[in-house]
Design a protein around this ligand. Sequence first.
Ligand SMILES: [Zn+2]
Length: 92
Amino acid sequence: MKLGKNDPIYALAKQVAELTAQMEKLGLFTHHRDITECEQCGLFEDVDITGYLFVYRDNDPENIADLRFIEREDGCVVCPLCGQVVLEPEEE
Ligand SMILES: [Zn+2]
């Protein structure tokens, strides 16, 4: 089904996309994928009760890293430290 720009759901989809972009800018996790971890170097991410995404080093929840896992164009998520692919795109 192809949507026209006058379709009410088109405006709603645009609002959702804008809201998602704002959430990402604020550092909130949008749940568009699973949170992940790198088994190779111990980097992992977690979401706190307010929805903020944090990344930790060395499997230590006290050791916050100023890093983000990299979401590639092909849908893979890559560790920013060692380059390991930690999430493959989900099949549809
Ligand atoms: Zn890694």
